[in-house]
Design a protein around this ligand. Structure first.
Ligand SMILES: Cc1cc2nc3c(=O)[nH]c(=O)nc-3n(C[C@H](O)[C@H](O)[C@H](O)COP(=O)(O)OP(=O)(O)OC[C@H]3O[C@@H](n4cnc5c(N)ncnc54)[C@H](O)[C@@H]3O)c2cc1C
Length: 96
C-alpha cells in the first residue's frame, strides 16, 4: 500500500463524520489522544471495518442484527502453558 500511495494509510485518526452525496463519500477524522492528525478524505467507495459497535454503520443508518446471551463472562487472551496450547477453552462456572 505504501508503494502505491505513501499517504494512503492514515494512523492515529478517529472517524467522526461521514457525508455521502450519492456519488462521493467524504470522511472526516480527528486526531486520537495518542497522536496522529485530523484528516478529510473523499472517495467513491467507503469500507467500514470499525468493529461490532461501528460508528460508521450507525452514521450511515445501516442496521445490524444483534442478540444478547443470558450469560455474563470476562474474556481474555493469554499465553498458554498447559495441555490446551492449541485450543480455545471456555470455563463457565455455575457460580458465575
Ligand atoms: C478477548 C477477545 C477474544 C476474542 N477471541 C476470539 C476468537 O478466539 N475467535 C474469534 O473468532 N473471535 C474472537 N474475538 C472476536 C474478534 O476479536 C472480533 O470478532 C474481531 O476482532 C472483529 O474484527 P473487526 O475487524 O470487525 O473489528 P475490530 O477487531 O474491533 O477492529 C475495528 C478497528 O476499527 C477501529 N475503529 C473503531 N472506531 C473507529 C473510528 N471511529 N475511527 C477509526 N477507527 C475506528 C478500532 O480502533 C479497531 O482497530 C475475540 C474478542 C475479544 C475481545
Amino acid at each position: 500500500m505504501h508503494e502505491l500511495d505513501s499517504a494512503a494509510l492514515v494512523r492515529g485518526a478517529r472517524v467522526t463524520e461521514i457525508a455521502d452525496d450519492g456519488g462521493l463519500v467524504t470522511v472526516r477524522a480527528a486526531a486520537t489522544k495518542t497522536g496522529g492528525a485530523g484528516t478529510r478524505i473523499t472517495s467513491r467507495l467507503l469500507v467500514a471495518a470499525d468493529g461490532s459497535r461501528s460508528l460508521m454503520r450507525s452514521l450511515l443508518g445501516i442496521p445490524a442484527t444483534s442478540r444478547t446471551y443470558p450469560d455474563h463472562y470476562v474474556m481474555g487472551d493469554f499465553e498458554g502453558t498447559g495441555e490446551n496450547l492449541n485450543e480455545a477453552v471456555l470455563y463457565l462456572e455455575a457460580e458465575g
